[in-house]
Design a protein around this ligand. Structure first.
Ligand code: NDP
Length: 334
């Protein structure tokens, strides 16, 4: 059982020495629990936050434990009456070949015959699709003809948010890093405008946003924070709604960054609404069914960036922060 352990809390950007790949015996299923063979590991920006010893919606990963991760795998041994060996399951486990799943833990059976790959339960019909669906529709509440701006737009969540915005009749602007991602926003995901943030100052970005949205932005789906968010905040329409979903530009910062032009939120009578997908657990079936229907009808495109091998955990994870990933980043380990 290979396990990718967190052995040191990263200071700023994680380095390979913060982790250790070890080999340990395959565990036995505890009373009432089971052992799952992980096949696909979800690599998420949130994992960076779990590595810090800071107050959050979950306790930090304990040093010496494997890095916590959502995984899809197959039950290897079960002493839980609700699951049997061979069942496919989705759960909050860790970056390791085999995970012990205690009774009462967050694990659910999945039907892999409904999808082209079990990894879809980590992307389109999993947390990514659900985050885009509930974040945009329940918090952003786009109306036809409104202008929606998405940051981190070419990423897993961002690309889905923009496409759902188009389904709802919004004008959609995406901000992403690099010419190729901007091209993909228009050609692959149907955005109306794409802005490359790389190498641009807040003032330069703000001017580009103003060109794309002369009347201001009605809804912001914020994944990035920092300078990008500040430039967007300079372009809010009256009573704009900001869905604060992520702040990836700050996750490796050694100091909190903050928003320097918060005054604009008052001027525009805007709302900034913190969003956490965990708050919608009781409606996952509804959201998942709608997302699956849009994918099936060809209205929604969901790309995955599949990397291979637990031994490549560090390099694969860092793709999220270099922007190398094209679509939902998943590590395939079996
Ligand atoms: P992505 O697929 O979007 O990958 C991360 C992307 O972020 C990179 O490809 C890169 O794109 C961009 N990025 C990385 N560093 C920076 C930086 N310093 N400045 C600007 N952009 C950067 O990941 P996800 O779709 O999984 O997550 C997107 C966001 O959604 C994250 O902020 C995440 O924390 C949040 N999230 C929140 C949830 C919630 O419940 N609140 C649930 C799931 C995700 P580029 O090349 O464009 O720079």
């Amino acid at each position: 059982n290979r396990r990718f352990l967190l052995v040191k809390r990263p200071e700023g950007t994680p380095s390979p020495s913060d982790f250790s790949l070890v080999e340990q015996p395959v565990p036995a299923a505890p009373e009432g629990g089971m052992v799952v063979r992980n096949h696909f590991i979800s690599l998420d920006p949130a994992q960076r936050g779990w590595m810090d010893d800071a107050p959050s919606y979950m306790p930090p990963i304990t040093l010496g434990d494997p890095v916590r991760a959502t995984t899809v795998g197959v039950v290897h041994e079960s002493r839980n009456p609700d699951f049997k060996a061979g069942d496919w399951v989705l759960g909050l486990n860790a970056m390791e070949d085999y995970s012990i799943v205690l009774p009462g833990g967050f694990t659910s059976a999945i039907d892999v015959t409904l999808v082209d790959s079990p990894s879809r339960y980590l992307s389109a019909v999993g947390a990514v699709g659900l985050t885009a669906y509930f974040g945009l529709l329940e918090v952003g509440k786009p109306q036809a003809g409104e202008t929606l701006l998405v940051t981190g737009a070419a990423g897993a969540v961002g690309a889905m948010v923009g496409q759902i915005g188009k389904i709802k009749g919004a004008r959609v602007i995406g901000i992403a890093g690099g010419a190729d991602k901007c091209r993909r926003l228009i050609e692959d995901y149907g955005f109306d405008f794409a802005i490359d943030y790389k190498g641009k100052s807040e003032a330069e970005l703000s001017a580009l946003i103003a060109q794309a949205a002369p009347q201001g932005v009605d809804i912001v789906f914020e994944n990035v924070g920092g300078v990008v968010m500040e430039a967007v905040t300079m372009n809010l329409a009256q009573r704009a709604r900001v869905v604060l979903c992520g702040l990836i530009s700050e996750y490796n910062a050694t100091e909190r960054v903050g928003l320097r032009n918060l005054w604009q939120v008052i001027v525009k009578q805007a709302t900034i609404h913190g969003f956490l997908i965990a708050g919608y657990v009781d409606r996952f079936a509804e959201g998942g069914a709608q997302v699956a229907q849009w994918i099936g009808s060809g209205q929604l495109r969901a790309d995955e960036d599949i990397q291979n091998g637990l031994e490549n955990s560090y390099d694969a994870f860092m793709r999220l922060f270099s922007g190398a990933n094209t679509g939902k980043l998943v590590l395939k380990i079996a």
